[in-house]
Design a protein around this ligand. Structure first.
Ligand code: PMV
Length: 382
């Protein structure tokens, strides 16, 4: 252990080790460093929740804890070019390009993200930015790019902060990246590191926080190593109800309290499951969580349905296959019609055969994505 620290290092050391980080601990100091310009690139993954986050209070504080597998192939790559302005104003100036094309329609979301994080990164108003971003998965595939997109951008902002303050520790860097990403899109805070990330205060999970995601700190059985996720693209259209509207509908939801308690209980159960590798119980929790998420949508006021007929066809096929083959294949859903098929790596040949023969026909244009648990975001050296 280092024997002495400067004031800012000490703050970070104490905070990280007592894990009583508050919002204030993420406000950066003013820097003396004169950084004129440069560019940084990060590639960040998507994630799939096993215990779902659905319901929040401002600013993106989750109503219950959630946990996810970080994915590997579904990624967003973002480059942030920055140039110091001669005279800074109070606005954050940027241009935004998606897959090489200037996209004005995406700007408001980024603008409100920048406004939210400016308190924690006041240096942002000193620079002019060009943001260039692309996804590894097809555009409008129904896969939410907000988790990978917001985490990639948050990491770029953190790399700029690190250039201004080279003493930042890796732990603080990742924690603040997750904190910032959360302010862009809640689930994005689970897309910084791998392989299993928990977000949201839970009394039995040490260091868990509502402010950022943490690497799941307990034992994980080898059955979960390289766990597979084949994403079946059932409906590639835009969702009729955005997740922000869905989260807000949990505020006066008749079943909200019991749902939030259930998530806490499921998190406790998962601890033993991760430790022992009990895949039967794992599948029960994961599928129940997916169906509960959609049950919350169907019982909110106003109610809505995001599943499509083919979502249900696929679920039934998975249940029949599981019963006949005895293989541990299960599904989960995010806030849409697509189905994530989850299974251990050792069963990949048989399960993939089943997916190709029986499930792909229910996908729009027979499209699907083969993914698996991943290790988290990567900085790309320019
Ligand atoms: O991060 P948001 O606001 O898009 O919400 C994501 C919510 C779910 O994907 C449905 C669940 C989750 O925990 O990822």
């Amino acid at each position: 252990m280092k024997s002495f620290f400067n004031a800012s290092e000490l703050k970070k050391y104490i905070c990280l080790n007592s894990c009583r980080m508050t919002e204030k601990d993420f406000i950066s100091q003013s820097f003396q460093h004169k950084l004129i310009g440069g560019s940084v690139t990060w590639e960040a993954p998507s994630n799939i929740a096993l215990i779902k986050y659905w319901g929040k209070i401002e600013p993106q504080i989750p109503a219950n804890p959630s946990i996810s597998f970080t994915l590997d192939s579904c990624r967003t790559t973002t480059t942030l070019e920055f140039k110091k302005m001669e005279t800074a104003d109070n606005n954050i100036n940027f241009e935004f390009y998606f897959e090489g094309i200037k996209k004005e329609e995406f700007k408001p979301k980024i603008e409100s993200f920048f406004k939210r994080i400016n308190l924690y990164c006041p240096f942002l108003t000193d620079y002019q930015f060009v943001i260039k971003t692309e996804n590894s998965f097809p555009h409008s595939s129904g896969i939410a790019s907000s988790a990978s997109g917001m985490s990639a951008l948050a990491l770029c902002v953190m790399s700029l902060e690190k250039e201004l303050d080279p003493d930042l520790s890796d732990e603080y860097f990742n924690q603040k990246a997750s904190f910032l990403a959360r302010l862009g899109s809640g689930s994005a805070c689970r897309s910084i590191e791998g392989e299993i990330i928990e977000w949201g205060k839970h009394k039995n999970i040490e260091n868990s926080s509502d402010l950022f995601g943490i690497k799941y700190p307990y034992k994980i059985h080898e059955a979960f190593l390289n766990y597979q996720d084949t994403i079946l693209l059932v409906d590639k259209g835009t969702k009729q109800v955005s997740s922000s509207i869905g989260h807000n509908l949990m505020v006066d939801h008749a079943f909200a309290d019991s749902r939030f308690e259930q998530a806490h209980r499921n998190m406790d159960k998962l601890r033993n499951i991760f430790e022992t590798g009990n895949l039967k119980e794992f599948m029960e929790i994961v599928e129940s969580e997916a169906l509960t998420l959609h049950a919350m949508m169907m019982s909110s006021n106003p109610y809505f349905i995001l599943m499509k007929p083919n979502t249900l066809e696929i679920i039934n096929k998975i249940w029949t296959f599981r019963q006949n083959s005895g293989l541990p294949v299960c599904f989960t859903l995010d806030a849409g019609a697509n189905v994530h098929v989850l299974y251990p790596e050792k069963d990949v040949v048989k399960v993939f055969e089943f997916i190709k023969n029986e499930l792909v026909a229910y996908c729009e244009n027979e499209q699907y994505i083969c993914d698996q648990i991943g290790e988290g975001a990567k900085k790309i050296e320019n």
